[in-house]
Design a protein around this ligand. Structure first.
Ligand SMILES: Nc1ncnc2c1ncn2[C@@H]1O[C@H](COP(=O)(O)OP(=O)(O)O)[C@@H](O)[C@H]1O
Ligand SMILES: O=C(OP(=O)(O)O)[C@H](O)COP(=O)(O)O
Length: 402
C-alpha cells in the first residue's frame, strides 16, 4: 500500500541558511475573544520547527485555520503569534498574506533562526483547488519543503501537495513521521494480541475503518451510537436509540466477517438508557436485549465495561477511535472514561501500545486528564481515519521517498 512506504526525513537535508517552507496544521480552536482554547496542535508542531531553527534554517511557516470562504478576519492566524513565539523562544514575524510582495520581502529579510508565519492559506480558494500557479507562488519564497501537517495530509491542497512539485527536497517533519510510525507501522505490524475499539455516532462513518481493522485485529470492541444498528440487525428492540435503517444488512455482514476471520467481536451486554437526549435525562441500566420503548441508549453499561476491560487485559496493542457513549453529558460519560482509564493503566503498567485515533476520543482522553499516559494520540481526526481505512494520504504520497 502506498502509505506504507517510508518518506524522506529532516536529518537528510543540509539546512544552514536555507529557507524552509514548513506546512504545519495549526488549525486550533479559538473562542469568541480569539483566545486559543486548545494549543495541542501548536505544541505538536514545535519539535520540527525548533530542530530547523537549531540547524540555522530560515522558516516560512504556513497553515490553514477553519474553513473560511475568502478573507475572513476571524480565521486569521494572528492570534497564534504570541503562543508560537513563546513555545519557540523566538519573535515570530507575521505576514498579512500568504503570497505576494510583502511575503517575498519578509522572507528575504529572514535571519538564520528566524520564523515568518504566513496568513491563512485558505484565504485563497486556489489552496483547496490545489492550483499549480498558487502552489508555485507559495513555493517561490523557499528552497525546500517540510510537511508536518498530519491533520491535513488527507487533503490534496496547494500547500500540502501542489507545493512539492516546486520544492526539492520535500520531506516529512517529526510529527508527520511519528503519526505514520504509529498509525501505519504499529497497525501493520502490531504486537499481538491486537484490539481495536471503535465507537462514535454512526456505523456509516466507520465502515471503512471497521472493515480494514477486521483483517488485522484479534479483538474488536464496538460502542457508541453505532451499536444499535447492530442490535436491530440481530432482532433486538432498540427503543428510540440511534439506528441507521439502511445499514442493517451491513451490520449483519460485519458480524459474519468477524466470525469468518476468527475475530472476537464484543458488543456491549448492557446499556445506560435515557428518556431523552439531554444532560439531565432520567437514566437506568438495562440488558442490551431489553431496551424499553421510548428510551434511548446513550452509554455502555458496567457489565460491558467489565467484559471490555478483561478482554483488553490480554492485549499488547490497542487502537481506539470514537467514544463509547455521549461523553459530553456527564451522566453518559462513564463507559468512555473507563476505556480511557484502562488504556492509560495498560500503557503505564504493562507497556501495552495504545493509539488514540483523532477526533472525539482524543477530546475524551484529554477531558479525563490522561493524554500523557497513552503511547500515541493522533493530531488528525479525518486523516487518522483515512489512514486506518488503508487510504493513501496525498500529503504523504507527494513527499520524497526515503
Ligand atoms: N449512544 C449514542 N447516541 C448518540 N450519539 C452518540 C452515542 N454514543 C456516542 N455518540 C456521539 O458520537 C459522537 C462522536 O462520533 P464520531 O464523530 O463518529 O467520533 P470521532 O469524532 O471520535 O470519530 C460524540 O459527539 C458522541 O456524543
Ligand atoms: O481539523 C482538521 O481535521 P479533523 O477535525 O478531522 O481532525 C484538520 O485541520 C483538517 O481540516 P479540514 O477538515 O477543514 O480540511
Amino acid at each position: 500500500m502506498a502509505t506504507k512506504r517510508s518518506v524522506g526525513t529532516l536529518g537528510e537535508a543540509d539546512l544552514k541558511g536555507k529557507k524552509v517552507f514548513v506546512r504545519a496544521d495549526l488549525n486550533v480552536p479559538l473562542d469568541d475573544a480569539q483566545n486559543i482554547t486548545d494549543d495541542t496542535r501548536i505544541r505538536a508542531s514545535v519539535p520540527t520547527i525548533k530542530f530547523l531553527l537549531e540547524k540555522g534554517a530560515k522558516i516560512v511557516l504556513a497553515s490553514h485555520l477553519g474553513r473560511p470562504k475568502g478573507v475572513t478576519p476571524k480565521y486569521s492566524l494572528k492570534p497564534l503569534v504570541p503562543r508560537l513565539s513563546e513555545l519557540l523562544g523566538v519573535n515570530v514575524v507575521m505576514a498579512n498574506d500568504c503570497i505576494g510582495e510583502e511575503v517575498e520581502k519578509l522572507a528575504a529579510a529572514l535571519p538564520e533562526g528566524g520564523v515568518l508565519l504566513l496568513e491563512n492559506v485558505r484565504f485563497y480558494k486556489e489552496e483547496e483547488k490545489n492550483d499549480p500557479e498558487f502552489a508555485k507562488k507559495l513555493a517561490s519564497v523557499a528552497d525546500l519543503y517540510v510537511n508536518d501537517a498530519f491533520g491535513t495530509a488527507h487533503r490534496a491542497h496547494a500547500s500540502t501537495e501542489g507545493v512539492t512539485k516546486f520544492l526539492k527536497p520535500s520531506v516529512a517533519g517529526f510529527l508527520m513521521q511519528k503519526e505514520l510510525d504509529y498509525l501505519v507501522g504499529a497497525v501493520a505490524n502490531p504486537k499481538k494480541p491486537f484490539a481495536a475499539i471503535v465507537g462514535g455516532s454512526k456505523v456509516s462513518t466507520k465502515i471503512g475503518v471497521i472493515e480494514s481493522l477486521l483483517a488485522k485485529v484479534d479483538i474488536l470492541i464496538l460502542g457508541g451510537g453505532m451499536i444499535y444498528t447492530f442490535y436491530k440487525a440481530q432482532g433486538y428492540a432498540v427503543g428510540k436509540s440511534l439506528v441507521e435503517e439502511d445499514k442493517l444488512e451491513l451490520a449483519t455482514s460485519l458480524i459474519e466477517k468477524a466470525k469468518a476471520k476468527g475475530v472476537s467481536l464484543l458488543l456491549p451486554t448492557d446499556i445506560v438508557v435515557a428518556d431523552k437526549f439531554a444532560p439531565d435525562a432520567e437514566s437506568k441500566i438495562v440488558p442490551a436485549t431489553a431496551i424499553p420503548d421510548d428510551w434511548m441508549g446513550l452509554d455502555v453499561g458496567p457489565d460491558a465495561t467489565k467484559t471490555f476491560n478483561e478482554a483488553l487485559d490480554t492485549t499488547q496493542t490497542i487502537i481506539w477511535n470514537g467514544p463509547m457513549g455521549v461523553f459530553e453529558f456527564e451522566k453518559f460519560a462513564a463507559g468512555t472514561e473507563a476505556i480511557a482509564k484502562k488504556l492509560a493503566e495498560l500503557t503505564t503498567s504493562k507497556g501495552v501500545t495504545t493509539i488514540i485515533g483523532g477526533g472525539d476520543s482524543v477530546a475524551a482522553v484529554e477531558k479525563a486528564g490522561l493524554a500523557d499516559k497513552m503511547s500515541h494520540i493522533s493530531t488528525g481526526g479525518g486523516a487518522s481515519l483515512e489512514l486506518l481505512e488503508g487510504k493513501p494520504l496525498p500529503g504523504v504520497l507527494a513527499l520524497d521517498e526515503a
